[in-house]
Ligand binder design. Structure first.
Ligand code: HDE
Length: 688
């Protein structure tokens, strides 16, 4: 044996390099060699040629040339955040999963919310489904709930997924449109796949243009299992946002994408920095085989949901995201989710989409992250110990020590490595299976229209109009008339008034209803839980009031609005003729967050215009100031103002249109009147 006392002593971590004369850390190569000049390549003489022995250049350029990894094939644009999950209600009667039985314990979590179709650099407010992926680092392995902000999906079988995504992405011959479903290929695929109709209702609703990623619901979508001692119950997972739900209008989404393409990620970044942490409650719908057997639809069909009126959502925990990532690439880009990552006590149903996903997610990481060791990357590494005999491969960081790299072996508990544990190890649900191998869709999946109808009839009139408008917009971008016609023929099976409105909006005559394998259940009940407007947020908290000011604006009114917003835990943004700000009536200086042209009203949830007489005239001469108020009016926002603002309203053509959504603020009482309105978010009664 080697006598370790005779080995030379190695320096641990090395001595720090000398700092630079002005106190900075010394720049080094990745090899650790200090660099003397980072501005000039080594040359023969001052005018070259360059000498290849400049290893610092070679390494710097080599690294730069290789610093991209493939973006995700879907969900490329996403935003990550960190925090914890805390269980508030114990599920130990139905599951062995410790994460669902230890109330009060806070477990580290990571979350990534994404759009689906767009590239990494596409705008945040594309009309699109939002991916809602949560990784909880439980003591029994990582648990990934890789869901969406919509509780159903387009297709019923994983084999159709590449076609769906190809159809949604830019068309292959021309390479556009980017991050949009408003084109022929998408609607061609959709109109030929009636199973998508329920999801079509959701994506054409305002759910796909959320105001903030913090103001959305999330869903696990598939039916999963809760397992306890060999017994199983079914479960569907729900995330309910603490700040309630809110979306923007389509006309706003289009403008936000120009004004601030990073609107959603900026909102998350700022909210976390300001302590207004994104938070959701975890809810479960638990049901047994008996319910599944008697439910009108198949619980294995991912194009169907279970109305909350049939099985209420039981809140069992909360997810608090209280930290931004330290490095976007290391965490948000490299995080690898997989639907198959579940701890003991949670299992899968036979949903054919879920089972296809369990295969796909592991496979995709190999391509994106370059090898089988992506779980060694800190964001993916389980926080509980892991022991196995997997070895080597690209970038292996967690290599087993000791002699045994196989088992069984006879090296004993010290050197012999880990062993399977029949007591605490993961157990699959024992179900008997018997069937003929065949490529077939179950008949119980065949009703494609009834739940689409249920969604549509559960919306308010305003929400229904938005669905009609969205369909008219999207289908108006489809050049092939036969595709538009086929789509409207499907809508006839959902709700005739919808089909008629869309046909009218497209300037076409009403086609015959599409042939349906199963007739729509026209008596299907409404479900109020499906409507955002029927479930408004409790308050204006975490929203933003945009106050437009000018030179000489009344300090008292501005301060009253600001302190009222503070009380309501809402934010204020000041928009002024220049970003340098203005001098107020009391001689104090007010800094601006945005200049008039850089802070359009689409960025704010409500607006105020507080201007002196002179300031009002200045604003009235500024086209973006006119847009500010006329857009806010058109988007049905609540508007506070003072007398000085009237010149601007006049210039914008709003003088005769000031309705009950406008509040003139003067006294404290009128500021209160204005703020009382705000939790309704919009003045929907405003005429078109
Ligand atoms: Fe995904 N999906 N998906 N998906 N998905 C991916 O995995 C896939 C589906 C979802 O923020 C990919 O790591 C198949 C439904 C989210 O990193 C890939 C099918 C739902 C994310 C993949 C589906 C989702 C992904 C691409 C049909 C909602 C982003 C990169 C069977 C319930 C996760 C990656 C993140 C990402 C495959 C359908 C949600 C290619 C084959 C349904 C939130 O593996």
């Amino acid at each position: 044996m080697t006598d370790s006392t005779k080995l030379p002593k190695l320096s641990k971590g090395g001595a720090p390099h000398q700092t630079t004369e002005d106190g900075y850390k010394t720049l080094t190569t990745k090899n650790g060699t200090p660099v003397s000049d980072n501005q000039n390549h080594l040359k023969a003489g001052s005018r070259g040629p360059m000498l290849t022995e400049d290893f610092a250049f070679r390494e710097k350029m080599f690294h730069f040339d290789h610093e991209r990894i493939p973006e995700r094939v879907v969900h490329a644009r996403g935003y990550g955040m960190k925090g914890y999950f805390e269980l508030t209600d114990d599920l130990s009667d139905v599951t062995d999963a410790k994460i669902l039985t230890e109330t009060g314990k806070k477990t580290e979590a990571f979350m990534r919310i994404s759009t689906v179709a767009g590239n990494k650099g596409s705008p945040d407010l594309a009309r699109d489904v939002r991916g809602f992926a949560v990784k909880i680092y439980t003591d029994e392995g990582n648990w990934d709930i890789v869901g969406n902000n919509i509780p159903v999906f387009f297709i019923q079988d994983a084999i159709k997924f590449p076609d769906l995504i190809h159809a949604a992405k830019p068309e292959p011959d021309r390479g556009f449109p980017q991050a949009q479903t408003a084109h022929d290929n998408f609607w061609d695929f959709i109109s030929l796949s009636p199973e998508t109709m329920h999801m079509v209702m959701w994506i054409m609703s305002d759910r796909t243009i959320p105001r903030s990623l913090r103001f959305m619901e999330g869903f696990g979508v598939h039916t999963f299992r809760l397992l306890k001692g060999g017994k199983s119950k079914f479960v569907k997972f729900h995330w309910k946002p603490k700040y309630g739900m809110q979306s923007v209008a389509w006309n706003e989404a289009v403008k936000i994408n120009g004004a601030d393409p990073d609107y959603h990620r900026r909102d998350i970044f700022n909210s976390i920095n300001d302590g207004a942490y994104p938070e959701w409650e975890l809810g479960v719908q638990i049901f047994d085989q008996d319910f599944a057997d008697n439910f009108e639809f198949d619980v294995l069909d991912p194009t169907k949901l279970i109305p909350e009126e049939d099985i209420p959502v039981r809140i069992i925990g909360r997810l608090v995201m209280n930290k931004n990532v330290d490095n976007f690439f290391a965490e948000t880009e490299q995080v690898a989710f997989c639907t198959a990552n579940v701890p003991p006590g949670i299992g899968f149903s036979n949903d054919p989409l879920l089972q296809g996903r369990n295969f796909s997610y592991l496979d995709t990481q190999l391509k994106r992250l370059g090898g089988p060791n992506f779980q060694h990357i800190p964001v993916n590494r389980p926080r509980c110990p892991m022991h196995n005999f997997q070895q080597d491969g690209h970038m292996a960081m967690e290599n087993p020590k000791g002699r045994a790299n196989y088992e069984p072996n006879s090296w004993g508990t010290e050197d012999g490595g880990p062993r399977e544990n029949p007591k605490s190890g993961y157990k699959f649900f024992e179900q008997s299976t018997d069937g003929t191998a065949q490529k077939i869709r179950p008949e119980s999946f065949a009703d494609h229209y009834s739940q689409a109808r249920q969604f549509y009839i559960s919306q308010t009139k305003v929400e229904q109009t938005h669905i009609q408008d969205a369909l008219c917009f999207e289908l108006s971008k489809v050049k092939k008339a036969a595709i538009r016609e086929l789509m409207v023929s499907h809508l006839r099976n959902i709700e005739d008034s919808l089909a008629k409105a869309v046909a009218k909006g497209l300037g076409m005559s009403l086609p015959k209803a599409a042939k349906a394998a199963v007739k729509t259940n026209m008596d299907i009940k409404k479900s109020d839980a499906l409507s955002m407007h029927k479930n408004p947020p409790e308050s204006f908290a975490s929203r933003t009031l945009g106050i437009m000011v000018a030179e000489g604006s009344d300090a008292k009114r501005i301060n009253a609005l600001k302190s009222q917003m503070k009380k309501m835990k809402a934010n204020v943004a000041i928009i002024a003729p220049t970003v340098g700000g203005v001098e107020l009536s009391d001689g104090t200086h007010l800094d601006a967050d945005e200049q008039v042209g850089g802070g359009p009203s689409v960025l704010y949830d409500a607006i105020a215009v507080i201007a002196s007489d002179k300031g009002g005239n200045t604003l009235a001469d500024m086209p973006p100031a006119k847009d500010f108020v006329s857009d806010a009016h058109a988007h049905k926002k609540f508007i506070a103002y003072d007398a000085g603002a009237k010149a601007l309203f006049k210039a914008a053509g709003l003088s005769g249109m000031m309705d009950a959504g406008y509040t003139e603020v003067d006294t404290k009482a009128s500021v209160n009147d204005f703020s009382d309105n705000l939790s309704a978010l919009r003045f929907w009664a405003r005429a078109k």
